[in-house]
Write a protein that binds this ligand. Sequence first.
Ligand code: UN1
Length: 498
Amino acid sequence: MTSDAARYGLFIGGKWTEPADAARFETVNPSNGDVVGSFVQGTPRDVDAAVGAARAAFRGWKETPAPKRGEILLDVARRMKRSKEALGTVVTREMGKVIAEGLGEVQESIDFIEYMAGEGRRLFGETVPSELRSKFCLTVRQPKGAVVCISPWNFPTSIPNWKIAAALITGNTVVFKPSSATARCGAEVVKLYEEGGVPPGVLNFVTGSGGVVGNALIEDPRVRAVSFTGGVETGRDVYVRGAKGLKMVHLELGGKNPLIVMDDADLPLALEGVLFGAFGTAGQRCTATSRLILHEKVYDRFLEMLTDRLAKFPVGDPLDPATAMGPVASPEQERKVLEYIAIGQTDSTLRFGGHKMTGGAYDRGHFIEPTIFETQHGSRISKEEIFGPVLSVLKVRDYAEAVRVANDIEYGLSSAIYTRDVNRAFRAIDDLEAGITYINAPTIGAEVQLPFGGVKNTGNGGREAGTAAIEEFTEIKSVFVDFSSKLQRAQIDSETAA
Ligand code: UN1
């Protein structure tokens, strides 16, 4: 283990513990092979203890006034601000995104925790008129109970925080299982909640495999809700397992996000958008621009502009601020992306890149060239989520075809169009089948105060972040207060009420 690799236990009932006989696993820096952290391979016994702790802490946390819960979150946010540099560096070391993006996602975490802290003084219900006299109707929000948050490796601090801060402000207690590839980011986040004063048992942390720890968490009958972000196949399995226990399962899954460049677009602006959207985070965002839909009139010119820029696109050490793109996150990711590049070579035209990068420092990490394929709508690389720096380019005749191609896909997370025609822009907001649409901006870069999620196989209808985050983690109770001092029968006595 390298000198600054850290060793972590599980965090259960307010204590960091290491089961005596625990097996361990490590996380590895994808840019150079250094070990970043060592973690407990959790077991069903650990899950049992963590869910037990979350259940035991539930009543006390639910009864803590929401503004007080908000104060604690604000303290967590303050601490995270102070450690932004350190935490952002851990993100970059453990996951491989460039440091500006590592710091950016920590900022996204801070933004969201602050936003949720404010919700502690809102958590609005509704007041609704009654059909009867001397009767008052309202709704209140109540927490669900012990909830489970399972997060992926591509946003190893902000996605956990989207889930944890929303669950906590609404009065739930949490068991959090991070991706095993980025468990140190998860542990560092948990430490900040601990230091911020979250009471024992309110937030618990269990590391280990999805098959063992994840499934045991989802299937535990004491767990009322599961919030999962990850791949479609795993999401489907999580949904089915949760459904058996009639749990609320919130899924945030894949994307194959289109970016349309119309013939009237500001091409230099669109170019910056495509570079950031497709190759930011080495394409490993659910929101990544993975399909570039080009109007035929600008097709040749725009592709030339794009390949010219990619010829001098700095790929390398993600801690170096001059680097635009780091490695992909793991050997598995490298294998998958290279497989898709091989598939692309059978039915599409490779226009740029297409290789694993080797020589010098590249040999120690999982670096893949930014890659562009000219392809046909319907080819495998244009349909399947690759989750890497591979962009499929599609030529269309007009706006109608662009929308048809954009929508003819199993996913619907993000979408974008570059055009100077205001009518067309608003038309696209209506037409694009996605949870998010950008006008003259790339498909990535959502802000926390808006709902985040998608349609079709991107999820099961829920949204995270924004006010939707409150829906995700609360039950609504309808309350009827009758102050007439007599029995009033709804639907029966309404006409004659006096
Ligand atoms: C994800 O890729 O799962 O909108 C989340 C964005 C980021 C979040 C992406 N704010 O690109």
